[in-house]
Each structure stands twice: as C-alpha cells, then as structure tokens.
Design a protein around this ligand. Sequence first.
Ligand code: B16
Ligand code: MG
Length: 217
Amino acid sequence: MAEIRACIFDLDGVIVDTASHHFVAWQNLAEELGVPFSAEDNESLKGVSRVDSLEYILKKGGLVLDPATKVQLMDRKNAHYLELAGKTSPSDALPGVVALIHELKALGIKVALGSSSKNAEMILTRLALLDAFDTLVDGNHITLSKPDPEVFLMGAKALGLDPAECLVFEDAQSGIDAANAGGFPVIGIGQLKALTGAAAVIDGFSSKTWNDILGLL
Ligand code: B16
Ligand code: MG
C-alpha cells in the first residue's frame, strides 16, 4: 500500500450534517410538484449534484419540464437550503473532524475537499475551517457527478499526488464508488450495513487519531 500523504474529505455527512437541510429543501420542492419524497429518496441523493437530484425527482413524478423551469426550481431549492444551512456555525462540525484535520496538518499530511456541493466554500467558511484546506474541489469545478471519480481526481492532481496516496472519507455510496473508480483508498462514514466497497466503515471521527484510522486500512 502506498504511503498516505493526503486526506480528501467529502463535505455533507463527513464534516457537517447538512444532508438534513438538503432533505427539507428537496422534500418541500417535491411536495410542491406533487411528488412524494422520502428519507430513502434523500439517501440516494447523497453526493449527487443539484441538477441530477432535480432530475431524480422529476423522473420519480413522471414530469417533463423545460430547461428554464428546471433552473427556477433549482434556484428555489437552493435559496431554501441556504436559509437553513446559512446558520451553520463552528459548533456544527461533526464530532472529532476538526481535531483530526488539525492533527493531519501538524503531521504534514495534506487536507483537501472533494464535494459535489456548490455551497461548499460558504459552509467551510461558516465552520471556520476554510484555511485548513490545501485545496478545494466542489460542485463549481466538476462536470461529472459522483460516482464519477472526477472530483477526487482533480483533488489529487491539485495536490500533485497519485490517487493511491490520497485517502478519501465519504458518507455516500456514490462517493465510495467514485473513490474506488479513481483508485483511491476510501473509508466510509456511516452505517456498515448501508455502505459497501470501503476499506472500512466508521460511524464518525469521535476519539479517532490518525493512527487509529491508518490501522483500518
Ligand atoms: P448543492 P457532498 C452533496 O455534497 C450532497 O451530498 C448532495 O445531497 C447535494 O445535492 C450536492 O452536494 C449538491 O449540493 O446543491 O449545495 O450544490 O456530500 O458531495 O459534499
Ligand atoms: Mg456526503
């Protein structure tokens, strides 16, 4: 196994639980469109881009809309999401993640973001974590949604490292699949039953040191 020189963190569900805000905002929009939207639907949209998430809802409801209406709906959903996620503060960082990021920095291991969200920079700023990141790749930079590995490949390239040297942390199945497709070692964050294909699945970073995490690989 190659030496790990960087960690690439997904945002939603790994650094902060904004998935609940995405859920409320998508559910609201889906209801307006007369499409039922469950927690299970939300689960399958984790890591999926805004446009692909809308397409999922439209397909579920058998709706066909013109491009301008789709843009309007996405803007509306995002405004609602921002209303909710805009209140994020440093205390919303998930347990243990800030300590791990600081430990990585102290050890000289690079820290990168690999998120599908176009709001990633705003969220990291609100968490007071933006300066800790050596590079950010988010929904504004990529053309292909997870499970395509583009987001992680761009991160590795920006760091000048091989995928095998960058450990990905992901809470979404689409993100674990993306990491595997790109040749990245990956640790799942969540429930063992819900995630497949990761080197290990942990329920979070609470009380986990870098050595603990390396021991999982
Ligand atoms: P936005 P991640 C993803 O972020 C979310 O998991 C997903 O639910 C969301 O639709 C997507 O970002 C796009 O977000 O509308 O803010 O651009 O998990 O890849 O960090
Ligand atoms: Mg996520």
